[in-house]
Design a protein around this ligand. Structure first.
Ligand SMILES: Nc1nc2c(ncn2[C@@H]2O[C@H](COP(=O)(O)OP(=O)(O)OP(=O)(O)O)[C@@H](O)[C@H]2O)c(=O)[nH]1
Ligand SMILES: [Mg+2]
Length: 331
């Protein structure tokens, strides 16, 4: 998928800088006849470094970047002065980026942490200046080392899905509470909107040795696609989930309306989100009595276009059924 502004796959040619030449300079000064060698070392060529950045969510900023070149090292010069080090070049990537060798398709590295740095192409070493080669038998070496060439690597960057299931809902819908009861995560929970400001991930231990990852995302409000509420930042997370779990509280005035607003925001943000699998959970169903629930069911059966179920994190109801359903959708 490389359409629109969600880019999760790019190929880049990477070149590190060549090392600077060592200098073969001979010291000359008035009245000093044999100054001797004083050529400085060449500077190291710049590295190309891939660096994790938790504020990035796609590889879109690299879409048109075919080449990344680091600077060459400076040459050494007289008076043993070393050449400047070539500036390192950074490729900033979101967490969950896999670096592959384009030719062999082998995984070179996976970037998982903010600030993590990986040198993908090492800058060439600078050559040594001639004064290093001075010896008893050669007092004035006219030889200095050349710099070592930089490296050239073709890499493919690929973004992995961040979590299998993304929780989608208005603020206060009970998303964090659900995460806290189906995983070991301990997100902040409170009875006000925008308690969650940053996504939380949790791992669901499913049956025996199976697991899947759920992402708790800050609440979405009408206008989110235009940047209202917490803006674009969290909608980007959803692009990286393979299944969407809509959470709508049973005490919502109109469940279908809330669902429609959420779907609409997602569509306006990125129409491709409509291709993802959806499940709808009516949360806080402990607030309903059986009669009300039955009434709601007959209504929702007509209104909703995707499967739904009733859950209660507080009363621990419907949670196994929910996990079963999600597992089934993911596999
Ligand atoms: N009765 C009942 N209350 C619940 C249930 N789940 C969550 N709540 C309450 O709903 C309120 C909001 O819960 P959160 O889990 O913080 O909601 P959220 O969707 O993460 O909210 P934001 O992070 O603000 O978007 C809290 O007061 C919870 O105790 C439930 O199953 N039943
Ligand atoms: Mg929350």
């Amino acid at each position: 998928m490389t359409e629109g502004n969600f880019v999760d796959y790019v190929k880049i040619h990477v070149f590190s800088g060549k090392g600077g030449k060592g200098s073969a300079h001979l010291h000359r000064e008035k009245y000093i006849t044999k100054g001797g060698p004083d050529g400085g070392d060449g500077g190291r060529g710049g590295h190309v470094i891939v660096k994790g950045n938790e504020n990035l969510w796609t590889l879109f900023h690299l879409k048109f970047k075919r080449h990344v070149k680091a600077e060459h090292g400076g040459n050494g010069s007289k008076q043993r002065s070393s050449g400047a080090q070539g500036t390192d070049e950074y490729i900033h990537v979101p967490l969950g980026t896999v670096i592959r060798d384009t030719e062999t398709n082998e995984i070179i590295k996976e970037i998982t942490e903010d600030g993590q740095e990986f040198i993908i192409a090492e800058g060439g070493k600078g050559g040594l200046g001639n004064w290093h080669f001075k010896s008893s038998t050669n007092q004035t070496p006219r030889y200095a080392q050349p710099g070592i060439d930089g490296q050239q690597v073709d890499i493919t960057l690929e973004l992995k899905v961040l979590a299998d299931v993304g929780l989608v809902g208005f603020p206060n819908a009970g998303k964090s509470t659900l995460l806290s009861v189906i995983t070991a995560a301990k997100p902040k929970i409170a009875n006000y909107e925008f308690t969650t400001l940053k996504p939380n991930l949790g791992i669901v231990q499913y049956r025996d040795f199976q697991t899947f990852v759920v992402a708790d995302i800050p609440g979405i409000i009408e206008g989110a696609a235009e940047g209202r509420g917490l803006g674009h930042r969290f909608l980007r997370h959803i692009e990286r989930n393979s299944t969407l779990l809509f959470l709508i509280p049973s005490d919502a005035k109109d469940i279908k309306e809330q669902y429609d607003i959420l779907v609409d925001e997602l569509r306006r943000y990125n129409p491709e989100l409509m291709d993802k699998d959806r499940l709808i959970a009516i949360s806080k169903s402990d607030l309903l009595d059986e009669e009300l629930k039955a009434e709601m069911k007959s209504q929702l059966d007509k209104e909703l276009d995707f499967p739904y179920l009733f859950i209660s994190s507080v009363a621990q109801k419907g949670l196994q059924e929910l996990k079963d359903k999600l597992w089934q959708m993911l596999n």
